[in-house]
Write a new protein. Structure first.
Ligand code: ADP
Length: 518
């Protein structure tokens, strides 16, 4: 069972598939080359064999063989003319006479005019003498052509021993009466076939050896190429939730694998940051919840052990209720924020007059601002329509305004300005308050973040550090942008730009982004 699984894994593995790819490629390549060479060699050898027979034919017709009509019988007879003492001439004639056959136009073999021998060699008899009927047909067809053909054709024949012969047949005319006679000469193809066979044997030996070598080389090279991938996988396996600080070392090869490692490391970095944020968040949440709970417990215990009058109990209960209010405020805010960030809180966009929204909110804030002796001003155009979620936009402006009023000292100014830009609305909330030092600015949109050194002890006026997280989410959900400019001791300016005409489907889900920062 496990062997079967191992085999299946091996077959599916990249190494096996790469090697199989190489192998198939080599088989096709080498097989193709061999077939091409073999085909070309065969045609060259065929041509050479034909050339040789043609040369013999030309020599024979050029004078070695003459067919003369016997004056007595009237039958054609063959005469071979050559100098028997000349080794070249006698070799040529003997070569021609090895495979030859001469017949009259009726297919009857003719005889030598001097020796009376039948003009057919034993080799020719072995491959089979042409039937007279066939010869008659061939001679008639050749003579019927205009002008008459002297070449009847080429063919290959095999003797009983399996030796192939190339045969050329044609017409030779008798000297006196110009009667057509049938002549066939040929050569054994053994030397040509043996060359061809030798090459085939070489291929048969070399190609499988080359294939096996290629296979081994492919297996080895694929293994080498994949080794770093396995190392990356091993290194990745060592990384777990508890040691996210580990990184896979790059190989300094600046190749695709290094790019993969780099991308992987960056992903781990982001994961680590998210893990860190989550840890921080749960620590913050428990801290935020524990503080009021401890306070409630303390107040109730003190009341239980020391309170003497109803008045004392009453005071303790009022204090406890205030802390419970704060607790439920935190829980509500957290619930809302997590719904927003997980995409469960859908925007309900409608056409809203932002001028009216800003005017109303500024009006509502006049009383708390006056209580703090802060001048609150609004600069709004007569109308500024936008497709937004009214409730969320009100929440956003309320958060910014309450911060501005809270962090601006007596006699300071808070100014809200609304402007209609091309395709967007710009809301600026500016104050002359305490400002935020540069090093804290990147964190102010984080959940539970409060700028240190401003009396972070819990109390009824103490913020939760969640207001700006909401602002950031609302801006993002509306595809807007938020910028903050702040000078400590001089004031802070938040600038928000929201696209106005992009009405989405009511109830469209927001992208679930763990946006702790903007
Ligand atoms: P909180 O509910 O505590 O106000 P926020 O998320 O709204 O939390 O703000 C985060 C921190 O940013 C605040 O604790 C405060 O220190 C700082 N902050 C926000 N707005 C202003 C402002 N207008 N002027 C100065 N500091 C500000």
């Amino acid at each position: 069972m496990s062997r079967g699984r191992n085999l299946r894994r091996l077959l599916r593995g990249l190494r096996f598939r790469l090697t199989a790819g190489y192998f198939i490629f080599f088989v096709v390549l080498l097989g193709g080359i061999a077939a091409l060479f073999q085909g070309r060699l065969t045609s060259i050898l065929d041509q050479q064999a034909q050339d040789l027979v043609n040369q013999q034919w030309a020599a024979m017709k050029g004078g070695y063989l003459r067919i003369e009509d016997n004056p007595q019988t009237g039958k054609p007879e063959a005469f071979w003319y050559y100098d028997a003492d000349d080794p070249d001439e006698s070799r040529t004639v003997l070569t021609i006479q090895r495979v030859y056959f001469v017949a009259d136009s009726n297919g009857n073999v003719i005889h030598d005019g001097k020796t009376g021998e039948e003009q057919v060699s034993s080799d020719y008899e072995d491959i089979g003498v042409d039937p007279p009927a066939q010869i008659r047909r061939d001679v008639r067809a050749a003579m019927a052509a205009v002008p008459p053909k002297t070449l009847i054709g080429w063919r290959t024949r095999r003797n009983k021993a399996g030796v192939h012969y190339l045969i050329r047949s044609g017409i030779v005319f008798s000297e006196q009466r110009h009667r057509p006679c049938y002549v066939a000469i040929g050569i054994p193809l053994t030397p040509y076939e043996s060359i061809s066979r030798q090459f085939a044997l070489i291929y048969a030996g070399v190609i499988p050896a080359a294939l096996i070598l290629g296979l081994l080389l492919g297996w080895f090279m694929a293994g080498r190429a994949l080794e770093p991938v396995l190392e990356v996988a091993k290194a990745a396996q060592r990384i777990s939730g508890s040691n996210l600080s580990l990184r896979i070392p790059t190989r300094q090869a600046d190749d695709e694998l290094d790019y993969l490692i780099l991308t992987f490391n960056r992903m781990i970095e982001r994961l680590e940051a998210s893990f860190q944020q989550m840890k921080q968040f749960s620590a913050d949440v428990s801290h935020e919840l524990r503080t009021p709970i401890t306070a409630i417990r303390g107040q109730l215990e003190v009341a239980l052990f020391t309170a003497k009058t109803t008045e004392h109990y009453r005071d303790a209960i009022v204090d406890a209720l205030q802390d419970i209010d704060r607790l439920s405020q935190i829980v509500r805010a957290l619930l809302l924020l997590s719904q927003a960030e997980s995409g469960q809180l859908a925007l309900q966009k409608t056409r809203v007059d932002l001028s009216e929204v800003v005017r109303d909110l500024v009006e509502q804030f006049q009383i708390p601002a006056e209580a703090e002796r802060v001048h609150l001003l609004a600069e709004v155009p007569a109308e500024c329509a936008a497709d937004v979620d009214r409730v969320q936009i009100e929440r956003m402006i309320t958060n910014l305004l309450s911060n501005a009023v809270k962090f601006t000292p007596e006699g300071g100014h808070v100014r809200v300005r609304l402007r209609a830009l091309a395709g967007a609305a710009e809301i600026v909330v500016q104050d002359t308050g305490s400002g935020i030092a540069k090093e804290y600015l990147p964190h102010i949109f984080d959940r539970f973040y409060r700028v240190p050194g401003r009396g972070t002890a819990p109390g009824p006026d103490q913020g939760l550090g969640l207001g700006l997280s909401f602002v950031a989410w609302i801006v993002k959900a509306h595809d807007g942008t938020i910028e903050v400019d702040s000078t400590p001791g001089k004031g802070t300016r938040f600038t928000i730009r929201l696209p106005v005409g992009t009405e989405k489907q009511p109830g469209a889900e927001m992208a679930a982004q763990p946006a702790m920062n903007v």
